[in-house]
Design a protein. Structure first.
Length: 235
């Protein structure tokens, strides 16, 4: 298998460029595949033998939007770019993630591995526009669990993965990722790529339980288990 870990960083609400270096540090310990990262404003061009590409991902088969044009669409563009480079298994990790042990077992039999975003049901975090574009009914929406968008595992040797991700690419450009609101009772905020993918992967993925991922301050005492692969940390 040709495996690749992909990530992106910039100076936003936090200095995610700092987090990217920490991610690369932990990948050096626990990841055997390649690493492909982009940052439009990182002060380094290379770290620990990993090239930090400047600018924005530019895959051939999909338009690439800046964050202000289509929030978080760069994630889909970068995953697709890695796919076009010939990588068969691709993991997306936010630059705030820290790898605690070998993550290769999280590539699943279905071809798609995601984490359960416990306590955050999707109906509270998806806009009315996205629901319309995805063609999902209110009844089905109420039953869909939300996933974490910060750690995604794709095995493109599986047809299921290719089908789901091709749909994800389509919806990454049709406006589903754009900021939006809802008149739905309990609505909090739209979660862009995370919300859209939660709809697309339902019943087509392995959803790992909370406890295999840890995201303080929600879990500080391992109450959901201590078989932790990834930790989300602030920078």
């Amino acid at each position: 298998m040709k495996d690749c870990l992909v990530s992106f960083s910039s100076k936003g609400r936090e200095n995610y460029n700092k987090g990217l270096l920490r991610l690369i540090d932990t990948a050096a310990q626990h990841w055997k595949g390649d690493v492909l990262v982009y940052s439009p404003d990182h002060e380094l061009s290379e770290y620990r033998g990993v090239k930090i590409h400047k600018g924005w991902p530019e895959p051939v088969s999909i338009s690439s939007f800046k964050h202000e044009e289509m929030p978080y669409q760069f994630k889909i563009a970068l995953i697709q770019q890695a796919r076009e480079l010939g990588y068969e298994r691709i993991v997306w990790l936010d630059s705030s993630m820290v790898i605690k042990k070998d993550i290769a077992p999280l590539f699943s039999k279905t071809g798609i591995g995601v984490f359960h975003n416990l306590g955050h049901p999707l109906y509270k975090y998806i806009s009315d526009d996205a629901v319309r574009l995805l063609g999902i009914s209110d009844i089905k929406l109420q039953k869909i669990e939300q996933i974490w968008g910060g750690a995604l595992f794709f095995d493109f040797t599986k047809q299921n993965t290719c089908d789901v991700f091709d749909a994800m690419m389509w919806h990454s450009t049709d406006g589903s990722f754009r900021e939006g609101t809802s008149v739905r009772e309990g609505f909090v905020a739209h979660r862009h790529d995370q919300a859209v993918m939660s709809v697309l992967v339902r019943e087509k993925c392995d959803m790992y339980p909370y406890g295999k991922i840890k995201c303080p301050p929600h879990d500080t005492n391992s109450e959901y288990g201590d078989d932790v692969y990834l930790v989300c940390r602030s920078v």
